[in-house]
Write a new protein. Structure first.
Length: 288
């Protein structure tokens, strides 16, 4: 996750980070610029269309569709950000649940061997879950055209949660904790699996294909028709104008694509590894 000062305007304006969409869009921007130059040349030099040509009225279509595309992109980015923020809240809950479990274990368990087990396994769950969510196969579990090999040993978060519960149950059977204490600890252990399921729901359920494809096609056709209407009023200045409009619209879509999946190695993804490291420090501090 990129660390930055939100009040430093200069760095925002003049610095290009790896999260900036400009670098990703340079090839398409060059193609759009070349296309706009060709259309401008054909209309002004080759075809020599008069200024009262009906082609000029295409700009009316852009005025009407501009409002529609702005609504679509606003909804797209808001939906993507909601998924990103939900992921952050889920991992914030995992931090709290790990601390609560460590505090309860610290108060209930006296045996040093048992305490060492929990000191290792509680933070290990967060670390393993982070790696699990960064695995590309996790995002393909619901795809119809992908046949993943079923190997339950690969779902390490389930294995860690299973070991934790088995340990707690053995503590109860050996009379080291009471039934009431088992119920209290079980609530925290169950929250681990709930956290994993909520994260997988975000990871393997992307924005519906039809909606995402429609926005991309809409932006592409909208930009391709811009030079036809505005070349009469802008001349060859239509080239940078169309390129800039494409950059703005396509950037919003790229940003939405990146943040709708908050788990991964992208610059704007959640720092799950860092959060897991903080959980480890907190748990070790409590159980020491």
């Amino acid at each position: 996750m990129t660390s930055y000062n939100p009040k430093d305007w200069i760095s925002f304006i003049f610095k290009l980070s790896k999260a900036d969409t400009f670098r990703k869009l340079i090839p398409m921007m060059l193609i759009i610029g070349t296309y706009s130059a060709v259309i401008a040349y054909l209309e002004m030099v080759y075809w020599k269309l008069p200024e009262d040509s009906h082609v000029k009225n295409i700009s009316i279509m852009h005025s009407m569709l501009g409002f529609v595309i702005s609504l679509l992109l606003a909804y797209r980015t808001n939906t993507a950000y909601d998924r990103w923020w939900e992921g952050r809240k889920i991992w914030g809950g995992l931090v709290n649940n790990s601390r609560n479990l460590a505090i309860k274990i610290n108060a209930m368990i006296i045996n040093d061997t048992d305490r060492v087990f929990f000191k290792k396994m509680i933070p290990l769950y967060a670390s393993v879950l982070s790696s699990h969510l960064n695995n590309n196969d996790t995002s393909k579990q619901l795809f119809d055209d992908v046949d993943l090999e079923i190997d339950y040993q690969k779902h390490l978060p389930n294995q860690i949660a299973n070991n934790l519960f088995m340990k707690v149950n053995n503590l109860y059977l050996s009379k080291k904790i009471s039934g009431d204490q088992l119920i209290v600890i079980n609530a925290e252990l169950q929250s681990f699996t709930d956290t994993c399921g909520a994260c997988e729901r975000i990871k393997n359920t992307p924005i519906p294909y039809s909606y995402s494809a429609f926005i991309k096609k809409f932006i592409f056709i909208y930009v391709l028709t811009l030079p036809f209407g505005y070349v009469f009023s802008l001349g060859y200045f239509v080239i940078p104008v169309v390129v800039f409009i494409f950059y703005v619209l396509a950037s919003l879509e790229l940003i939405a694509e990146e943040i709708e999946d908050p788990f991964g190695e992208d610059a704007n993804d959640l720092p799950t590894k860092k959060i897991a490291e903080n959980i480890k420090k907190n748990v070790e501090e409590i159980l020491n």
